[in-house]
Design a protein around this ligand. Structure first.
Ligand code: PAP
Length: 311
């Protein structure tokens, strides 16, 4: 198996466009998207080693758009009688593949020995997925969120994990500018979203496109849609309600397992994934000019795509 430790070399990384993320570490532009070095290494190992099965389910998202929620929802739907979420953070129940490959915690035997259907996640853009995921019959579920709330959520998250020792918060305006310029981990946000959107229009039986705000507004309708897409239609309203409660922010945030401890990859506190869980928090942070600016970028980027966001 190609390991993630040495490829690409630091020498090669040094030739790429780079940006100092949050005064903490470099992110590099690779094939149009920005990543930390470890993620590039994990992505390359993932691409050369992952063999999709036709019944795999791959969840996909850019950062802070509802990943934790989608992992929990799918774990509830696909593992209905075994509530793993009560004792494990959703990110340990459904692993993010490029992180696993970066940490070399997955080997071919682990992967090939897993029973079907396998459920995984990736933050990678569509263009960076392994060919076997694109070409097999496996399913992809993508979740996105309005860009203003995504940006605010990311600012809180990185303050929590990168500014730990009573440091001042990272300037909000700087993060806003980076987000608008597309220079952030797994960015540009709009390129990430639009490619999955257009692929979902071309192959709706392969890619389901979900929005955080729609899940909030119509959880029953969206959960039924998700379960049917996964080939696991829920038997009745009770089952739908159980999935909604089992994966809910209110439940997960208050579980001991999510109040304490850290994830192994990046030493991220489990609690960092559960902050507010609402639509529209941007209003508490954006100036009128900021909202107007990001709305204008959103309008230009989405023009003609048929995609829109609620905020
Ligand atoms: P990730 O990409 O790093 O995995 P992700 O889960 O996409 O993060 O985003 C975290 C956001 O989802 C947080 O939003 P906030 O900062 O605006 O509060 C988090 O609170 C929210 N979140 C986590 N779990 C749930 C859930 N079960 N239901 C609704 N929102 C959730």
């Amino acid at each position: 198996m190609a390991t993630a430790s040495s490829i690409p070399s630091q020498e090669l990384l040094d030739q790429l466009p780079k940006h100092l993320h949050w005064e903490a570490y470099n992110i590099y532009q690779w094939e149009g998207f920005w990543y930390p070095a470890a993620v590039i290494r994990g992505m390359l190992a993932f691409r050369s080693n992952y063999k999709a099965r036709c019944d795999d389910v791959i969840l996909a998202s850019s950062l802070k758009t509802g990943t934790t929620w989608l992992k929990a929802l799918c774990a509830c739907i696909m593992d209905y009688h075994d509530d793993q979420l009560s004792s494990k953070n959703p990110h340990l129940v459904v692993k993010t593949l490029e992180y696993e490959f970066a940490g070399e915690t997955l080997n071919p035997d682990d992967l090939s020995g897993m029973p079907s259907p396998r459920l995984f996640h990736t933050h990678l853009p569509y263009s960076a997925l392994p060919e076997s995921i694109k070409n097999s019959e496996c399913k992809i579920v993508y979740i996105t969120r309005n860009p203003s709330d995504t940006m605010v959520s990311g600012w809180h998250y990185f303050n929590k994990i990168l500014r730990r020792n009573n440091q001042d918060p990272y300037p909000f305006e700087k993060e806003y500018n980076n987000f608008c310029a597309g220079v952030h981990s797994y960015g540009p946000f709009f390129d990430h979203v639009l490619r999955y959107w257009s692929e979902s229009l071309k192959t709706p039986n392969k890619i389901l496109f979900l929005k955080y705000e729609e899940l909030k507004r119509d959880p029953k309708g969206q959960v039924k849609r998700l379960a049917s897409f996964l080939g696991q239609p829920l038997a009745g309203e009770d089952e739908v309600d159980k999935v909604i409660w089992g994966s809910s922010f209110e439940r997960l945030k208050n579980l001991e397992v999510n109040k304490n401890g850290e994830l192994p990859f990046g030493n991220v506190p489990n609690s960092a994934f559960f902050r507010l869980g609402k639509v529209g928090d941007w209003e508490n942070y954006f100036t009128a000019e900021m909202k107007q600016g990001l709305d204008e970028i959103t309008r230009m980027k989405l023009e003609g795509s048929g995609l829109d966001f609620e905020s």
